[in-house]
Write a protein that binds this ligand. Structure first.
Ligand SMILES: [Fe+2]
Ligand SMILES: [Fe+2]
Length: 258
């Protein structure tokens, strides 16, 4: 799959940078997104150490390192943060991450923390240029204790981090979810085991339902559009997951772990 332009306006684009083919990575494939406004770019979840050179190569088709104005890390996982040391060296961009992960990031070999911005629990507005702003939206405990989503009011795309992520088999590699029921088998086990509780899913669905959403773009797998957006939100609102499914012995009622 090639890069996919999810939104194309005169001055504004929202692009899925597709740096790899199925099977190229040992771990779970991840999505990296570039939001562009004029010549200013924001990179969402740049990815692990292994994918960094290819993500950079794809980004360079659109902007140079000096034009990258911000990097957002939805949470602390290695498939997001693993390549950050190199991004710090190559760019001048500030890096936004939940404030609760700031003290742990030095363990990724990061010595200079001055470029990081700790996002408060309630989220914040991230102003890139005079007419380019992104909303950092709280999505805590889904699955990370400090997770932030990114809402782009121009494209109306919600970048949802691990929420909505699919583990697609190699022979079912598609860019968009149009039929939610067809997609469900590829998201259900992951969400039951990795998302923390129905209380957290309900709070998040209630909050994002106030946004005007055209697409939900997760960090793994296909992007929700059309009726699949509402179908996903309705399903997630009701989902029993994480500690809801924990039995007395600490074993989960779901067998699948990814
Ligand atoms: Fe994660
Ligand atoms: Fe992830």
């Amino acid at each position: 799959m090639r890069n996919v332009t999810l939104f194309e306006g005169e001055r504004h684009q929202f692009i899925l940078l597709n740096e790899s083919e199925p099977g190229e990575e040992d771990g779970v494939r991840s999505n990296q997104y570039l939001v562009m406004h004029d010549q200013s770019g924001v990179l969402l979840d740049p990815g692990g150490f292994g994918v960094m050179p290819r993500v950079l190569a794809e980004m360079l088709r659109y902007i140079g390192p000096a034009e990258l104005k911000a990097i957002v890390l939805s949470h602390q996982d290695p498939d997001i943060v693993g390549g950050i040391s190199t991004w710090i060296e190559l760019t001048q961009a500030p890096i936004y991450v939940s404030k609760i992960w700031m003290r742990f990031l030095p363990h990724y070999g990061i010595r200079e923390m001055s470029r990081f911005v700790g996002v408060p629990d309630e989220g914040m507005r991230c102003r890139i240029d005079a007419d380019f702003e992104l909303d950092l939206v709280p999505a805590h405990f889904l699955h990370s204790e400090g997770q932030i989503n990114v809402y782009d009011p121009i494209s109306k795309i919600l970048f949802s981090g691990d929420i909505g992520s699919a583990m697609l088999p190699e022979d079912r590699d598609y860019a968009f979810v149009d039929d939610f029921q067809d997609h469900l088998p590829f998201i259900e086990p992951f969400h039951k085991r990795y998302m923390c509780s129905n209380r957290a899913t309900r709070i998040w669905v209630n909050a994002v339902s106030k946004l005007d959403i055209e697409m939900i773009a997760p960090q793994h797998g296909a992007i929700y559009r059309g009726s699949a957006v509402k179908d996903f939100l309705n399903w997630f609102d009701e989902l029993q997951c994480g500690i809801d499914l924990m039995t007395g012995s600490g074993i989960f009622e779901t067998k699948e772990t990814r």
